[in-house]
Ligand binder design. Structure first.
Ligand SMILES: O=C(O)[C@H](O)[C@@H](O)[C@H](O)[C@H](O)COP(=O)(O)O
Length: 215
């Protein structure tokens, strides 16, 4: 896979670009998957300030941590908090019920949302994306998978699968910071990491210079 790479001078510039892309691709509504984690939160805050047809937007996280429903590190709390009070529909994972129960509850919900219009993903320093970690089995017909023993805390998670994340027109990896340099180089170099298995008509990488220095 040969992603389209767009590099920006600063994390702020990259966040502004992601916010503009979200606003453009979802201006008339649509169904999108948003990465969890900290990197994209600034972009979500900027996007939340834009006037689009929010009542026609449906969102869900790429994955969720199996923590109590009100835990601040739940993506289903941090993502809506970043976007702010807009009238979109947000599909939460019942991750407080554990990986298997959350996965089986969300399978029909995800089936009803496919195909997505846009999937935004992050990249972990070990090359994971969503809660799909290197060395863990990826091939499944399921749309939502339970995750145990995740190397990134917490160990119990639930994640959209490669199959679900590939059912979209556009996948955008949003990667900033020097800490991601090694993983991004491995991904772009074609190493067999989970992002290599996520195939869509368009795959982009939006990053800053710290994550991808000028070659
Ligand atoms: O729930 C999660 O942890 C995310 O979905 C995960 O895949 C994240 O995108 C990467 O780990 C990068 O996380 P940061 O953006 O916090 O570096």
């Amino acid at each position: 896979m040969n992603p389209t790479l767009q590099t920006f001078p600063t994390p702020q510039a990259a966040s502004e670009a992601l916010a503009a892309l979200l606003a453009e691709r979802l201006s008339a509504g649509g169904r999108a998957v948003l990465s969890g984690g900290n990197t994209p939160l600034a972009a979500y805050r900027l996007w939340g300030q834009r006037d689009i047809l929010w009542n026609r937007v449906q969102l869900m996280a790429s994955d969720e941590r199996c923590l109590p429903a009100d835990h601040p590190e739940r993506n289903d709390n941090s993502i809506p908090a970043a976007i702010g009070p807009r009238r979109y529909t947000y599909h939460r994972f019942p991750a407080e019920r554990g990986p298997e129960a959350a996965a089986s509850a969300m399978e029909p919900v995800v089936a009803g949302l496919l195909p997505f219009d846009l999937v935004v993903l992050g990249l972990g320093e070990d090359g994971h994306t969503a809660s799909l970690f290197p060395g863990q089995p990826l091939e499944t017909s399921a749309l939502v998978v339970p995750v145990h023993n995740a190397p990134k805390p917490p160990p119990e998670r639930v994640s959209l699968s490669v199959r679900a994340l590939s059912q979209t027109q556009l996948v955008v990896y949003f990667v900033t910071g020097e800490g991601k340099r090694g993983a991004l180089k491995r991904f772009l170099g074609g190493e067999n990491l989970p992002p290599q298995h996520i195939r869509a008509p368009e795959v982009w990488v939006l990053c800053d210079r710290a994550a991808y220095p000028a070659q």
